[in-house]
Ligand binder design. Sequence first.
Ligand SMILES: *Cc1c(COP(=O)(O)O)cnc(C)c1O
Length: 816
Amino acid sequence: MNFQSADQFVDAIVEKLKAARRKTVEDASNRDMFYAVSAIVKERINSAWVETQTIYKQKKVRQIYYLSMEFLIGRLLESNLLNCGLLDICNEALTALGFQPKEVYAAEHDAGLGNGGLGRLAACFLDSMASLQFPGHGCGIRYRYGLFEQRIIQGNQIELPDYWLKEEYPWETRKDEEAVEVQFGGEVEMLTKIDGSLEFRYHNTDKVMAVPYDIAVVGYHNKTINTLRLWSAESPDFEQNISSQGGAKYYHELEHQHSIEQISGFLYPDDSVYEGKLLRLKQQYFLVAASLKSILSSFKKNYRLPLTQLQEKVVVQINDTHPSLAIPEFMRILMDEERFGWDDAWKMTQQVFAYTNHTTLSEALEKWPVEMMKQLLPRIYMIIHEMNERFCKNIWFDHPELRDELPGLAIIADNQIHMARMAVIGSFSVNGVARIHTDILKNQEMKHFYTLFPDRFRNKTNGITHRRWLLQVNPRLAGLVSDTIGKKWVKQPSKLISLLRYSKDASFLNKIDDVKKHNKQLLSSFIYTKTGIMTDPASIFDVQIKRLHEYKRQLLNIFHVIHLYNELKDNPAMNVVPRTFIFGAKAAPSYHLAKEIIKLINQTAFIINNDKTISEKLKVVFLENYNVSLAEHIIPAADISEQISTASKEASGTGNMKMMMNGAITLGTLDGANIEIKALVGEKNMFIFGLTAEEVLYYYQHGGYVARDIYEVDERVRRILDQLNDGAFGSQEMEFKDIYYNILSHNDPYFVLKDFDSYIEAHELVEQAYRDRNTWLSMSVTNIAYSGKFSSDRTIQEYASEIWRVRPIKGWKFLI
Ligand SMILES: *Cc1c(COP(=O)(O)O)cnc(C)c1O
């Protein structure tokens, strides 16, 4: 059904409400409306989905599979409407029916199947692949519980389960007929056949059924629909087993079923901290085994080509090492099931897989104990072992200069399996996610691998979909941009650069100012509704929203806030530009120090917001449960984007890109993609401070930094640290002693004190710049203008031409 007008859409909604919800408009809730509109959109999507699949099959196109343990897709109704070209009509129709469109869209539960940046990147990539008409699909896990929901109670983070499937999820389609079996454990028997070849048989394995749930990924105005396939773990022939067994066996069977379902039970709530747990390893293997089985079977069924051509038609991108077991699993299938020899299988494997590295933080580099791998995946372990033997022999004989380095290169060392090393060795491409990050990989972390395989390494700076992060979340800014430079930027975001011509145009700057003011008013009332805190839209909205981690240095931010507060208390007449500091951050539930920092932010906020003497000048807001939807509320209203990680630690960051695109100015260190932002806008259009990555790495290697020296010399710092202990921001003394000792006894591992002075100075420059309206607005416009480079469309085009070697299927009349 094509909708020409809002009237037609109104009719469709009224019908759907009756048919699917048994409701009239009068007794429909926002949620009923959400389901009705979703059903209408889903029907539209389904027919285009079938068409896209048919074309892929007919043309036997080369397909991309993006394997990821996380897809942080957020809500889908509004972005699906936008991409289908129905958003305006739907907004009009809902309004005509007496509903607030935003409230209807907010009835959708966020799909929080990711921790943060890595999972959100996967979601942006899916959007860009479909919008650019690349045949690219996601493979992930349908966790029954997504990332925990955060509540703040008396300053403390409390975690609640996120049961996002409680009410029906309208975007998924269960595909029973495409379920596959995955095997764990058991024993491996090796037989030598008459012809001398080896055969491997598995005995006593635990069998798990992987059932796919497919979600449509809708391209922007192009009728291309790709697939995000999420796997759910179920017990095979559970009903059969249960009905044929009585008594105690019945309960045993139920327990067994429960343990199987645990595999897709919940998302591990760790970000940047590697968590080595048996269940997590099961999840990883479950994802790769099910995905590869389904990729191979659709290749065989749809393409009818010999398996030896698979690498021409399939490329698999591995999102960090979490899905890197795909490499030995693919070897296993080729050898044990398809009867390839090692060499042929290895050659193929190395043509299929490409690996993205996301971090150089050593605590985040995945390693699994040999014993655990052997027990859970005996055949996979044998293959990893053989990969390692062959690799080590090759180094020993062909690269004698690297013999001493073997312990740092081998896949298996110290009884541990080093997943990043395996991923590098088993794939044809290794990429970092921003220039500096790739340079650190090539020249430090993986320098020997880089000498061994120089052609394998490349950079792919991350990106974000400008459709969600500008068109959808900031319609006023998007509209103003289109009115000013035309609409071409929507399909070609690099065209945003045309805005530069208006960066000194007074009337345009006024309009930019109006848009930001409006967005700040909206956020201000949102904050009031959520927290009861009154904020002034005329104040500087200074925003830090991201996972809570020591290296991201929310601590440095709150130290600055405390410093400002101290100054205002000392000198109440001080003339300052009013500031509103906005935080959003979840800490991993077991990350004690991170939770203490959350508490410090909240307690500081409580003291400051309730201090009548300064209430006009300073406000601190911690918005609980930071997720995609909350990001969508905050980002359009940000003036300052805090990107203050310890240099060298943040691989890329993508929050920095989202805020830049919405006209916020970056206050940051020379880290991750901040460096590339600076290369574009220049240092006049952002606020840079702090140690460089080189300096940080120098201190780590050679020492020479003593945090206590700064504490002794800098009164401002001493006062803040002492306040942590004397109860100024707590309900008791020593409440924040772990933060205190981390800095003074553990020598401030993330250089908070070292960068403090430079950070304060940068904030003073922020204030000066903000006082000069036109300068500020012109900086803001310059940032928007250059942000096109950070559209994930650019990133995906680079992956497509330089790694995947696929072309868009544009121009096929069927799809246009
Ligand atoms: C973009 C995004 C992130 C990543 O933010 P960084 O600042 O790059 O760490 C994390 N969580 C959510 C919900 C996001 O939308």
